[in-house]
Design a protein around this ligand. Structure first.
Ligand code: HEM
Length: 520
């Protein structure tokens, strides 16, 4: 045992000794109490000893069986990031049954996410992940470990999005542009906003708009916002979001029985949705024309037909791919759009500056388009600064060490849950001047050109990076510029307090704003 182990253990023994003395003088000895004290002492001793002996990252002593309470409290991403001040840029925690290692430094995060052996590209074996995909988390993308099938599924998403970009009729190309589809959705949303009297919370409207875009991408025009099935899908996606978020159940599988009802409700809804999707999939198979692809489902059919799936996809994979795609971005895209509205209401000067930029570049006679994007650096900087400040996924999605390995001088055992604290990275004083200040200009150089530092990674990095990034960029840019070009967003009353709520993604707590036409 090295010196630091001996000193930590002797400190522990000394402090435990004082506690026992105090206890014995103040209270009578009761057998269960003594037993509990002895157990806590032994668990702490073994924990400390094991950590040092194994050259495991340092960290706070955890409660037996429960782990570190910070993990389960509100704003856990801030509480946990603050632990780096005590334990350094890489530290360990215990959360229920899982050993967790948190990485906070820029170098550590980049190294871990781009590890050439993909040592940290597994996903934890959370029970909820299995419930999302018919009892087998490997059927999903975000829940599966990284293997060839997961990589091919991501390739399919990226390829489908690329062909939406520059649609040209012909083999493997979509016949319409995603820009048009999104703009159609935005125009009907803006009509709704204009007609809304008084202050309101825009969050739900963004959720339905995004859902409708995802469903239209998948199944052309099979769904209408007013269809009862759209509401079924919405409820199912809310259920799936909740399931991803149930920390207690993922970390304490023993609580499975408490969540029994929720789980069976989720499974029923998944099954119902999959049945609907299969009907649409079969209709697509009957009517599909490879030279005129209508949507992502047609694209999936040609992907398989041309062998791009390396013959890895079976019908369960197709079901789960469609199910996952329908819900992609459901918790994040509307949250980001709502945050943008909230920030504009809180910072009217920034809103005005951005509107001036748009008026100069776009004019007042037409709507902004994707082609205008390179000429709107300040507007883009506002979007990026909201993304940095909020950091929707403060730990990305949880990663898992797939084998015992060495990392940043420590030994990381197989199955350790790896949390890459992008929140900490996006608020690091060494990397960002005054990081808590909302300042879009930090994304502009001295000539006003957009500049994106390598430590800005809201979509992650490496093999597990978000495949939907290009879609999100396009969707958020189009929604935001259309709304800001046409409408003014104002706070209800004089002060708007933006508060966050960490549920899967960092959502804004409900708030109300007033929206009016800029022409009024
Ligand atoms: C504001 C919106 C979004 C943000 C901020 C976001 C961010 C992220 C992040 C941080 C990850 C995890 C990366 C990691 O664990 O290292 C991720 C994974 C993923 N995202 Fe997104 N995402 C968004 C929207 C979307 C959309 C619209 C799609 C679909 C078109 C999508 C598809 C996926 C998929 C399939 C994964 C799993 C990738 C994997 O496990 O390898 N995301 N996203």
């Amino acid at each position: 045992m090295n010196d630091s182990v001996i000193s930590s253990v002797s400190k522990l023994i000394l402090s435990s000794d004082e506690v026992i003395q105090n206890y014995l003088t103040n209270y009578s000895i009761k057998l269960p109490n003594v037993f509990f004290l002895a157990l806590t002492f032994c668990v702490s001793f073994v924990y400390l000893w094991r950590k040092q002996l194994l050259n495991y990252p340092p960290g706070p002593i955890s409660l037996p069986f429960i782990g570190n309470l910070d993990f389960f409290k509100s704003k856990s991403y801030i509480r946990i990031a603050n632990l780096k001040e005590i334990y350094g840029d890489i530290f360990s925690l215990k959360a229920g049954k899982w050993d967790v290692v948190v990485v906070c430094s820029k170098e550590g995060i980049i190294e871990g996410l781009t590890d050439p052996d993909n040592n940290f590209d597994g996903r934890p074996d959370f029970l909820a992940f299995h419930n999302l995909f018919m009892g087998n988390r490997q059927l999903g993308i975000s829940t599966a470990d990284l293997d060839l099938k997961t990589q091919v599924k991501k390739e399919y998403i990226i390829q489908s999005l690329i062909s939406h970009w520059n649609p040209e009729p012909g083999q493997g190309q979509l016949s319409y542009s995603i820009e048009k589809l999104i703009v159609k959705e935005i125009l009907s949303l803006m009509c709704f906003f204009i007609n809304e009297e008084g202050a309101f919370d825009p969050a739900e409207c963004f959720k339905f708009a995004h859902l409708h875009i995802m469903m239209s991408l998948l199944f052309e025009d099979a769904y209408d916002v007013d269809d009862p099935i759209t509401h079924e899908i919405y409820d199912c996606l809310e259920n799936r979001k909740d399931a991803m978020n149930v920390k207690l159940y993922n970390y304490f599988p023993i609580l499975k029985t408490i969540y029994k009802q929720k789980i069976s409700q989720l499974e029923e809804r998944n099954a119902l949705l999959t049945r609907y999707h299969r009907i649409l999939l079969n209709q697509h198979k009957d009517t599909y024309n490879p030279t005129e692809l209508r949507d992502f489902v047609d694209q999936l059919l040609i992907f398989i037909e041309t062998g791009n799936d390396r013959e890895l996809f079976d019908s369960d994979d197709m079901d789960s791919l469609i199910l996952e795609l329908a819900g992609c971005g459901f918790s994040s895209v509307p949250a980001l759009l709502t945050w943008l509205m909230g920030y504009m209401a809180v910072f009217p000067d920034i809103q005005t500056k951005m509107q001036k930029e748009m008026d100069q570049v776009v004019g007042r006679d037409r709507f902004p388009t994707l082609a205008d994007q390179p000429f709107l650096p300040y507007t883009m900087a506002v979007i990026f600064e909201v993304q940095r400040n909020v950091t929707l996924f403060p730990f990305l999605h949880p990663h898992r060490a797939i084998k015992n390995c060495e990392f940043l001088g420590y030994n990381i055992p197989k199955n350790t849950v790896m949390l890459f604290s992008v929140w900490s990275l996006h608020h690091d004083k060494k990397l960002w001047k005054n990081p808590s200040k909302f300042d879009p200009c930090r994304f502009l150089d001295s000539s006003g050109r957009l500049t994106i530092p390598e430590h800005f990674i809201p979509f992650g990095l490496g093999e597990r990076r978000c495949p939907g990034e290009a879609l999100v960029d396009m969707e958020v840019y189009l929604f935001f510029t259309h709304i800001m070009h046409q409408l003014n967003v104002r706070a209800e009353g004089t002060i708007l307090n933006l508060e966050s709520d960490y549920r899967l993604a960092i959502q804004p707590k409900p708030f109300k704003i007033r929206i009016s036409s800029r022409e009024d």
